[in-house]
Write a protein of this length. Structure first.
Ligand code: HEM
Length: 432
């Protein structure tokens, strides 16, 4: 059964853009302009991925939108795939790293250094130096060792909700579950979970507003670093069995890790660990809640759950990595100028009908399963093994312990847009 919402309904009022609309640049022809506000599109907020399906069907494969300061959206599978693997054309270094290093050497006293989220905001060859330490920490082997701990956490939370005949899944389960495990792996104190989570949510919500203002971006990043610093320093002095302690023992470029390196690492790990998986769980449990026959099938044949988790990731791909055009170029026949912003719209790429026939259909037998929900190229998600274990385990435990569940018909699901698209809240019901 598929759930493509009726898109012919009354037009929804557009939400205001967070950054000003930009005038159409002279090199952008009218046919490449499409009205879509990644951070505030009213239909995206109301119908989530059904809006993205609509966009994948009707928008140009690469388009320019005037919203949020004006930027490119790379939507087809081919465009997203090519751009993600071409850092010479689409850079992740919004400020060139060489320039940042030079600034650091001449920084006046009392001025805060520019923060660089590593490895995500670096291009090759610098990228590899900062990526290597994370590969082993998040390897399939390291992650398998965490499966039982995660399952126990999941059972605890799900058993707590079961007698209530329903729950608000996002706050009661999706948020505490991956976040508790992540804080433990990373080494941040669990009792400050609420504080960390609020900051991660605030940061992601603020991205739309700070697009046109690099100093606002830096202010947001410093908040994250400030909240982690005590623990970073404490673990340098008293190493424990956690990621912070093991990162301190490594070298970058033959030099011992510095506090500046550790602070740069903590930004992406903090945001990756605290916000992504919970949104993925929200999409998956919502899909299951709308499809009782799929629930029944997976309860009867739990060995299908890994495939189902993958098809959910494809059908509801939800992260949108940003890039900057590195030089004047022509990409897919489209003229782009150095310095323009481009979003790799992975959610639309995985709903591209030329790559995934009948993309709206949830199909466990799909011939081509090669989605790019975790990106592709050098920045491909380092946390993907951990995320997969968490998603599969959550579905297994939830289906085994909660009887047939459904969406609460009185509580409409709404979504947030931006770099991480997900449900705001998810009210479920079941017969206790
Ligand atoms: C379902 C959950 C997740 C999804 C869909 C996801 C998605 C992504 C995507 C698309 C990228 C590529 C970004 C780019 O091209 O610029 C990425 C990178 C990254 N992710 Fe994830 N992620 C998830 C979970 C996690 C987790 C649990 C962590 C763990 C801390 C994590 C850490 C990272 C890091 C550090 C990078 C940067 C890698 C690099 O630049 O080499 N992610 N993620």
């Amino acid at each position: 059964m598929n759930h493509v919402a009726d898109l012919s309904g009354p037009a929804l009022k557009p939400a205001p853009s967070r950054a000003p609309r930009a005038p159409q640049p002279a090199h952008v022809p009218d046919r490449l302009v499409y009205d879509f506000d990644l951070f505030g599109d009213a239909r995206l907020k109301a119908i989530g991925h059904d809006r993205i399906l609509e966009l994948a069907r009707t928008a140009p494969p690469v388009f320019w939108t005037p919203h949020n300061g004006g930027h490119w959206m790379l939507c087809s599978y081919d465009a997203a795939y090519k751009a993600a693997r071409d850092p010479d054309s689409f850079t992740s270094e919004f400020t060139p790293f060489a320039k940042v290093k030079a600034m650091m050497e001449n920084l006046p006293e009392g001025v805060r250094r520019p923060l660089v989220p590593v490895p995500i905001n670096l291009d090759p060859p610098e990228h590899a130096k900062y990526r290597a330490p994370l590969n082993s920490a998040f390897s399939p082997r390291a992650v398998m060792a965490l499966r039982d701990e995660f399952r126990a956490l999941a059972i605890g939370l799900i058993e707590q909700a079961r007698p209530n005949g329903g729950c608000e899944f996002m706050t009661e389960i999706a948020e505490p579950l991956p976040v508790t495990l992540f804080l433990r792996i990373f080494g941040l104190p669990a009792e400050r979970q609420r504080e960390y989570r609020d900051l991660a949510a605030e940061d992601l919500a603020g991205i739309g507003q700070s697009i046109a203002d690099p100093s606002a971006v830096q202010r947001r990043l410093w908040q994250i670093v400030d909240i982690c610093r005590d623990t970073l320093l404490e673990r340098q002095a008293n190493p424990q069995d956690d990621l912070i302690s093991s990162l301190w023992k490594l070298e970058i470029d033959g030099k011992p890790m510095t506090l500046a390196d550790m602070e740069n690492f903590s930004i992406v790990l903090f945001l990756g660990g605290l916000d992504t998986v919970m949104n993925g769980m929200g999409h998956g449990i919502r899909h299951l809640a709308m499809n009782p026959e799929l629930q029944a099938r997976l309860r009867a044949e739990p060995k299908l759950i890994p495939d189902a988790a993958e098809e959910i990731l494809r059908r509801y791909t939800f992260t949108v990595p940003p890039r900057m055009v590195a030089k004047d170029l022509v990409f897919d026949g489209v003229e782009m100028k150095k310095g323009e912003r481009a979003y790799i719209f992975l959610p639309a790429a995985d709903l591209d009908s030329s790559h995934f026939p009948c993309p709206e259909r949830f199909d466990l037998q799909r011939e081509n399963k090669a989605h790019i929900a975790f990106g592709t190229g050098v920045h491909r998600c380092v946390g993907s093994h951990l995320a997969r274990v968490e998603l599969q385990t959550l579905y297994e435990v939830f289906l085994a312990r909660i009887p047939q569940f459904r969406l609460d018909p009185d509580r409409l699901v709404t979504f947030h847009g931006g770099h991480v698209i997900g449900p705001d809240a998810l009210h479920l019901l079941w017969d206790a």
